[in-house]
Design a protein around this ligand. Structure first.
Ligand SMILES: [Ca+2]
Ligand SMILES: [Ca+2]
Ligand SMILES: [Ca+2]
Length: 337
């Protein structure tokens, strides 16, 4: 090899090692530390490249976002909320998507690559256990500010060094008791969102946590549709948007009428700065009980095959089965084959 070629090879090796020289820094943080904001509602945490957070999973991801691979917009998407425990009065959304290039990311996952990634994050690497709402988990990942929250995610990069890693801490500890709030705690007398950058009051205090709002009614039931948004109103005239999930009960059951209670994840997606608005309640699924907008997760009846849970196994159940014949849920079906 000529001397000039040798020098070139050495330069390439040096550049390559420099690019990978710095291992990302990582620290275990509380949700409260991670979700700190400034007066404009912009996340301020930047002490490490990656973080480790522990909490209780509040939702099954496919009940709020569709993981099915697709070339449209962000394509298949996956998001869970995890809530801090004890003194850690905060919570964090954990997100993964397919077509990061639509949001300034490094590229897109193919459908097959997305399925592998979904299968990976849906299961505990040590036991193979499938994560579900009510589990205590530990998430290690990068993070990125998005519309008012600091999300743990892949920074919209498809390279493996940006992977999310999720481990089971304890299965089936149960959902946290939802914190009962009244709308005057999160809306002022002019029906505007209450934003407090100390996060000790107002909407920020409840962000990414499970809350309950009692004795409200839905004023626009015509908007009841999976992934739609309805509005609740209390007896003071304060209102709040409720984003409906894509859990199958939202399509199956009618919008509850009259005075109801709502159990939901308190969320924020504010489209522009300052990030002091855009709050909403997100209800992943509904079980048709008529009094509380939630899915209690423990149905009555105990009749195998009663798909629509009306305590009768008949043609309506069969029609639903036939209509969904051979469908597979991305990230849960076909893993490990
Ligand atoms: Ca916020
Ligand atoms: Ca990845
Ligand atoms: Ca039935």
């Amino acid at each position: 090899m000529k001397k000039s070629n040798l020098m070139f090879a050495a330069a390439v090796i040096f550049a390559g090692s420099a690019a990978f020289a710095g291992e990302p820094t990582v620290a275990e943080v509380t949700h409260w530390q991670l979700q700190a904001v400034d007066a404009d509602g912009i996340g301020t945490y930047d002490a490490t490249d990656k973080v480790i957070v522990t909490g209780i999973v509040l939702n099954n991801p496919e009940e709020i976002l569709d993981p099915t691979p697709s070339s449209v917009a962000m394509g298949g998407q996956w998001q869970i909320y995890i809530q801090g425990e004890g003194e850690d009065h905060a919570g964090t959304a954990v997100f993964m998507g397919q077509n990061y290039s639509v949001a300034g990311g490094s590229g897109n996952y193919t459908g097959e690559e997305l399925l592998c990634e979904l299968c990976r994050v849906n299961h505990d690497p040590n036991t193979g256990y499938t994560f579900a709402a009510g589990d205590r988990i530990r998430v290690t990942g990068w993070y990125k500010f998005y519309k008012g929250k600091l999300n743990v995610n892949e920074k919209h990069q498809v390279e493996p060094e940006f992977d999310l890693d999720i481990e089971l801490v304890k299965p089936a500890v149960g959902l946290p008791q939802p914190e009962t709030i009244t709308l005057d705690m999160v809306k002022n007398g002019s029906d505007q969102y209450i934003f407090d950058s100390t996060r000790l009051t107002g909407c920020e205090y409840y962000q990414a946590r499970l809350v309950r709002v009692d004795d409200v009614n839905i004023i626009n039931p015509e908007n009841w549709v999976p992934d739609g948004t309805v509005t609740i109103r209390d007896n003071t005239g304060r209102t709040f948007p409720v984003k409906l999930g894509i859990g199958d009960g939202i399509a199956r059951y009618d919008c509850p009428t009259g005075q109801i209670d709502v159990i939901a994840i308190f969320d924020q997606e504010c489209s522009s700065s300052p990030y002091t608005g855009g709050y909403r309640l997100w209800v992943p699924n509904y079980d048709g009980n008529g009094l509380v907008l939630t899915s209690r997760g423990h149905q009555r009846g105990n009749l195998p095959g009663d798909i629509n849970t009306d305590y009768t196994v008949d043609f309506y159940d069969f029609a639903e089965l036939a209509g969904n014949w051979l469908q597979q849920r991305a990230g849960l079906s076909g893993c490990g084959e």
